[in-house]
Design a protein around this ligand. Structure first.
Ligand SMILES: NC(=O)c1ccc[n+]([C@@H]2O[C@H](COP(=O)([O-])OP(=O)(O)OC[C@H]3O[C@@H](n4cnc5c(N)ncnc54)[C@H](OP(=O)(O)O)[C@@H]3O)[C@@H](O)[C@H]2O)c1
Length: 275
């Protein structure tokens, strides 16, 4: 079964593990999320130079079976042999024996066939349960899909939110048609200024008022309505609680039309945006 099955919401960890002074708050936020049922956690060897994986390891200690862990390998570590070593390092930082879903963070210079071979070897060795990709546009996915192991790609994690809807033109339909679940990263806009701009949009504010919710919750509920898995990162406990509560919001056709009018869907193919 796909490790993402049943997970519409996860917890991101970018920028965690960078400052020891924040470690307790970060661990506490992830644990609060798990307690509230947000048991999918997204991390990467890149985040905090391994620091985020250590934070996740501390947060899940003693409750490994309750969580689903996604991590990512740097493109420059994604060679057939290098990826074995990178995965071992991630496992050790996470304090677990097996990563549920291991992704190529973005496409680099290592041939995809080699990375897929490396992922298959890790899977056979029981070090990862499933594998996937991130920041792949439609042509990359089509190419990967033709390679040995390509059909087993279990997700494509891409930037997707109300203000960045380019994937709706061809990537999202392609993923739906080929049963590749999409993980939406930066669902609330990573950058603070961009986030403020998105959350202040009058149509979004109006929908939020109708639901007695915050604009951020509506931005997440909108992603759930698209059938993708959103992975907001939240350290403030109030944010973690709000994100969990967003799962209970049901947007109406009227809400969706108002949001479409304010944040228009793409009318032509646009290159995939990435951070
Ligand atoms: N594959 C990739 O290339 C890639 C790229 C980027 C991100 N990601 C993954 O996706 C995750 C999420 O993306 P992101 O971290 O870039 O951006 P994001 O989750 O869209 O935004 C994070 C910001 O939103 C705030 N926030 C969280 N919940 C909120 C709420 N309910 N109301 C108001 N503000 C809220 C957070 O504040 P506090 O932390 O202060 O609570 C933080 O400042 C990352 O952490 C990472 O795991 C993957």
């Amino acid at each position: 079964m796909n490790p993402l099955a049943g997970h519409r919401l996860g917890q991101g960890t970018w920028y965690m593990g960078e400052d020891p002074a924040h470690a307790q708050a970060e661990i506490g936020a992830l644990q609060l999320g798990i307690d509230l049922g947000i048991t999918l956690i997204d991390t990467a060897e890149m985040y905090g130079d391994g620091g985020a994986e250590r934070i996740v390891g501390a947060a899940i200690a003693g409750r490994r079976d309750a969580v689903t862990i996604v991590s990512k390998v740097y493109p420059h570590n994604a060679g057939r042999d290098d990826v074995q070593r990178a995965c071992e390092r991630s496992l050790s930082r996470l304090g677990i024996d097996c990563i549920d879903l291991y992704l190529l963070h973005w496409r680099g210079n290592v041939p995809l066939a080699e990375t897929l071979d490396g992922f298959a070897a890790l899977q056979r060795a029981g070090k990862i349960r499933a594998f996937g990709v991130s920041n792949f546009d439609t042509a990359d996915l089509q190419e990967a899909r033709r390679l040995a192991g390509g059909e087993a790609i279990a997700t494509n994690q891409v930037m997707y939110n109300l203000r960045r809807r380019g994937i709706e033109f061809d990537l999202l339909p392609w993923c739906r048609a080929h049963d590749v679940p999409v993980m939406a990263y930066s669902p609330l806009e990573s950058d603070r200024r961009e986030q403020r701009r998105m959350l202040a949009e009058p149509a979004l504010v109006a929908v939020a008022e109708r639901h007695g919710a915050t604009p951020a919750q509506i931005a997440l509920a909108w992603l759930f309505a698209q059938g993708v898995t959103a992975i907001p990162k939240a350290v403030q406990p109030a944010h973690v609680r709000a994100n969990r509560a967003a799962l209970d919001i049901r947007l109406t056709q009227e809400d969706l039309m108002a949001l479409d009018a304010a944040f228009s869907p793409p009318r032509r193919a646009v290159p995939l945006e990435m951070l």
